[in-house]
Design a protein around this ligand. Structure first.
Ligand SMILES: [Zn+2]
Length: 452
């Protein structure tokens, strides 16, 4: 039973129900689980770390990403396009993705997330070109290599350009093909147990790239297997116009009519909801993955996060795909989220600590996890450490609970621990050679872009 003891931590920001911040506390984990937290614990361990200059936080949980987009970021030709035109242009690149692109983009994107305190990653993968093989298996293998907790999605698209959708024919599938492979993915990879390192969600791409039948059948299948449902919603006004014209319903009403509300559903973005719709999200426990950087980059708008929190809508934080970010640091998202809502209001905007809670326990709730998201005895040993003596943090340490969102953290965290294992040490990934992963990824990315 591997064990880890961090002694005398300067601060442990637990994000528990009592919002406790413990000073001079020890933290002991065994077999992937937090067994004890408190002042001067009696335990010894396989590895003992001196925590006296470190602040300790629950691992960040990313609730929306498209890791494959790492290989199509910062492209000048799409820089000034808004969502629909941006997607149409990028599908010409994305239709060529294969298992090498998926493996290396998963390694690089998860690696960057882990170096910035993230311990659980959800990836919304929805591009499954014909003949590309078992891409979900490739993603889980890459995540396992790094040691990160991974939630994959069997995403899907069944409306191509000829049906009024945006993607080319080669990346869409029939509803039957999608349902069959969704069941296969869940049976092969989904582990619902406590401390699970692998979970699967069903995640059709968006209301404007899939049919009503695909959404309806996905909801039925997800509930048969007890897995969660995810898609993009209310990201732009274009989408609103699409559902109004086609179905004479606003986007949330349309999704609700297909079984897509409830505590097992979460949407990315959720920007253009009216007051009544926000109340409906709260009433049904339907969650929102807030992606502030992406929303700014694509001029999509500002999600009404203060109003959602006031009403009790479940909210988590996410980076979104790297083509609309253009990075994979959830840590950076903390500060951007904190500042973004202050553009509209000061008194009602979330505090720095509120934003940290969105990225930890809020995000864990969206993924349906009660075993991660806070530092409490009996929960998974997922956390990260920040050295409080860093030059850029001098003077900012009065309130360790808010500092990551207010002052912000430049550069990687000092240590990330997932399931009781050190996966980032001194700011570097422990399981892979970062330089060689980056070199391989750069080469494959170049070849992939050259094919478009
Ligand atoms: Zn997205």
């Amino acid at each position: 039973m591997p064990s880890l003891l961090v002694k005398n931590l300067s601060a442990v920001v637990t994000c528990d129900d009592g919002d406790r911040v413990l000073k001079n506390a020890d933290l002991y984990c065994e077999n992937g689980v937090l067994r004890a937290i408190g002042g001067t614990l009696p335990q010894s361990a396989d590895e003992v770390i001196d925590g006296s200059h470190f602040w300790c936080y629950p691992g960040l949980v990313n609730t929306h990403h498209h890791l494959y987009q790492i290989f199509s970021r910062n492209l000048p030709q799409v820089q000034n396009l808004e969502l629909f035109d941006w997607l149409t242009a990028l599908y010409e690149i994305w239709k060529n993705l294969d298992s090498a692109v998926v493996r290396l983009s998963t390694l690089t994107g998860c690696g960057e997330l882990m170096k910035h305190g993230c311990t659980t990653v959800f990836d919304h993968h929805y591009v499954f070109p014909a003949g590309a093989g078992d891409l979900m298996g490739v993603q889980f293998a890459a995540a396992e290599e790094l040691g990160v907790r991974f939630h994959a999605s069997r995403g899907s698209m069944d409306l191509s350009k000829k049906d009024g959708g945006l993607p080319p024919d080669s990346v869409v599938q029939t509803v039957d093909e999608i349902m069959k492979d969704s069941a296969r993915c869940i049976e092969a990879y989904h582990d619902p147990a406590f401390g699970s390192m692998r979970q699967v969600a069903l995640a059709p791409c968006s209301p404007f790239s899939v049919s009503s039948e695909l959404l309806r059948q996905s909801a039925v299948l997800a509930r048969q297997y007890g897995v969660r449902l995810h898609t993009h919603l209310a990201e732009t006004r274009d989408e609103e116009q699409f559902t109004l014209e086609r179905f004479h319903m606003r986007p949330l009403e349309y999704m609700a009519s297909l079984g897509w509300t409830g505590p097992d559903v979460w949407y990315a973005h959720g920007i253009h909801f009216n007051k009544e719709e926000l109340r409906e999200l709260a009433r049904t426990g339907t969650g929102i993955a807030h992606c502030p950087i992406s929303n700014m980059k694509l001029s999509s708008g500002v999600a009404q996060i203060p109003e959602m929190l006031e009403l009790g809508v479940p909210v988590g934080l996410a980076v979104d795909g790297s083509a609309s970010n253009d990075g994979s640091s959830l840590m950076e998202e903390l500060r951007v989220a904190y500042l973004l809502h202050r553009l509209r209001t000061s008194a009602a905007a979330p505090s720095g600590y509120d934003i940290l809670k969105l990225a930890t326990r809020g995000s864990a709730r969206l993924l349906g996890r009660t075993d991660i998201g806070s530092l409490e005895v009996g929960k998974c040993a997922d956390f990260f450490l920040v050295d409080s003596r860093r030059l850029e943090l001098v003077g900012g340490g009065y309130d360790p609970a808010s500092v990551l969102a207010t002052v912000g953290l430049r550069g990687p965290v000092d240590m990330t621990v997932v399931n009781g294992k050190i996966v980032v040490r001194d700011g570097r990934l422990t399981a892979v050679d970062e330089n060689s992963v980056a070199a391989d990824a750069g080469r494959v990315c170049g070849e992939y872009l050259a094919r478009a």
